[in-house]
Design a binder for this molecule. Structure first.
Ligand SMILES: [Fe+2]
Ligand SMILES: [Fe+2]
Length: 473
């Protein structure tokens, strides 16, 4: 029996027989998946200081307890409804929003939900080996908090599939547990979610840039005319903020430590590695890698799918209310196109450019984060800076894929690319170095790996040296 106490929720699960029955089949499979593919080595004998959502009001957010990972209470929450909410964009602008899925939009809505849902378990799979290399108990706890919340995001999407898509939805919910990140036969849907995350610099860059793609996708889905989808994603955004906090502050603390080392040994930048820190080029290369993969997640620059999603009110722009024109019938987007080795600007109907519009928003959001990182160098009186590569660099999707560009966006020959790739993207040697400084996990409360500074404060006002993950006797 599914008990609604074990599954905190605000969707009236106790009175919803249909949903209960669907979850009765799905939940044991989810737990099996979590056991096989969730954090390796920390499932049985460890208690973790985790935040569990028990309601959507601010108090329900502050519930912290020590729990074993498989006993985390994954819940189902929708943000509170907006009274008399109307469709905010597209052809049906101003009509009442939908509480059920309109038949003609069943397939595209299902595809949007499945694509979003697939990323959630994928990232847990990508991150499952990181615990055994953790830089501190504080960071280990943050990793697990991100993991259980990605698990909850999967629950959120499965809730929609079970509630609104009948048998198809139940089948999709099973498939979400069957695909595997990086598996050749049954890979995850999107490429960035099939890439290994094998060290903590990858993890922090991933949560900075790829979880931020999660933010832009969730923002655009939270504008959707399908009200339950809007409310689910609106609530997910509050958790996403924590994931990006983990990424941004994780890299910030590495930069902090790198600056300390640079100042102690002025002159030779290579000394940073010799002193066990992470040097600037390595940081920049990992930034380049995860930023460019996350740009791909926004899809092709010119897309008739994106136009249809917008016209039909399925997927809007981030912060749709900030725009004046919500139908977007006549406006154009001047787009830089790559043609025969030069870039020409062409006008694209705005609706067809919606992926690029969202990508613009995303790039701006990333740029603010990088500017905050650069303040750390500034504060230390150092002239080093990190920067976002040009959006044409290292693309696998869209009109720039199939061509080579350097981080400044200058076209390159294949040979030049092959020769210089390792200057711009993590090399085998970089990975080996990172593995070498992360070979041993640090489980002593309050102690941090040499390459990363301690955080400024602990979680939920607990001290930094609190035992955030406890081994059971
Ligand atoms: Fe997520
Ligand atoms: Fe996330």
């Amino acid at each position: 029996m599914i008990s609604s106490e074990r599954i905190p929720n605000n969707v009236g699960l106790a009175d919803n027989r249909r949903l209960q029955r669907a979850l009765e089949h799905w939940q044991p499979k989810y737990l099996e998946w979590w056991h096989d593919m969730g954090p390796a080595g920390f499932q049985e004998h460890h208690q973790v200081y985790l935040r569990t959502v028990i309601s959507v009001d601010p108090d329900g957010w502050a519930h912290f307890e020590m729990v074993r990972l498989p006993e985390y209470r994954w819940g189902i929450f929708l943000a509170d409804p907006v009274v008399d909410r109307t469709i905010g964009f597209g052809d049906m602008y101003g009509d009442p929003v939908w509480q059920e899925v309109p038949g003609e939009f069943r397939n595209p809505l299902r595809r949007l939900i499945v694509t979003q849902g697939d990323t959630e378990p994928a990232s847990v799979e990508q991150q499952r080996e990181l615990g055994s290399r953790c830089p501190s108990l504080y960071d280990l706890r943050n990793l697990f908090q991100v993991n259980v919340e990605e698990g909850r995001h999967l629950w959120a999407m499965v809730y929609l599939l079970h509630s609104y898509f009948g048998k198809d939805g139940r089948d999709e919910a099973e498939d979400l547990l069957a695909r595997r990140s990086g598996n050749t036969d049954r890979p995850r849907i999107l490429e960035a979610f099939n890439q290994p995350i094998d060290n903590w610099l990858d993890f922090f860059m991933f949560t900075m840039f790829t979880d931020r793609d999660g933010k832009s996708q969730l923002m655009s889905l939270s504008e959707s005319s399908l009200d339950p989808l809007s409310r689910t994603t609106r609530f997910m955004l509050t958790e996403e903020a924590h994931h990006m906090f983990v990424g941004e502050t994780g890299v910030a603390r590495i930069i902090e430590r790198t600056c300390e080392i640079l100042k102690a040994t002025p002159g030779v930048a290579e000394d940073v590695r010799a002193k066990g820190g992470i040097d600037l080029p390595t940081l920049q290369k990992h930034l380049n890698y995860w930023f460019s993969l996350s740009l791909d997640l926004h899809g092709s620059e010119v897309s008739s799918n994106a136009a249809t999603y917008f016209g039909n009110g399925l997927k809007g722009r981030a912060q749709e209310e900030a725009y004046e024109d919500h139908r977007v019938l006549d406006s154009i987007y001047p787009m830089a196109m790559h043609e025969e080795d030069r870039v020409v600007t062409k006008d694209v109907p705005m609706r067809n450019a919606m992926n690029e519009v969202l990508r613009d928003w995303y790039v701006g959001d990333c740029a603010s984060g990088v500017a905050r990182w650069n303040k750390i160098f500034e504060r230390h009186g150092l002239s080093d800076r990190l920067r976002l590569p040009d959006r044409k660099f290292h693309r696998g999707i869209g009109m720039y894929s199939g061509f080579r560009f350097d981080p400044d966006g200058r076209p390159l020959s294949e040979a030049a690319w092959a020769r210089r790739r390792d200057e711009w993207l993590p090399s085998e040697e970089d990975k080996k170095f990172l593995r070498s400084i992360m070979a041993e996990p640090i489980f002593e409360p309050g102690i941090f790996a040499n390459y990363i500074a301690p955080p400024r404060r602990g979680i939920n006002r607990m001290p930094i040296n609190f035992e955030y993950v406890r081994t059971e006797e």
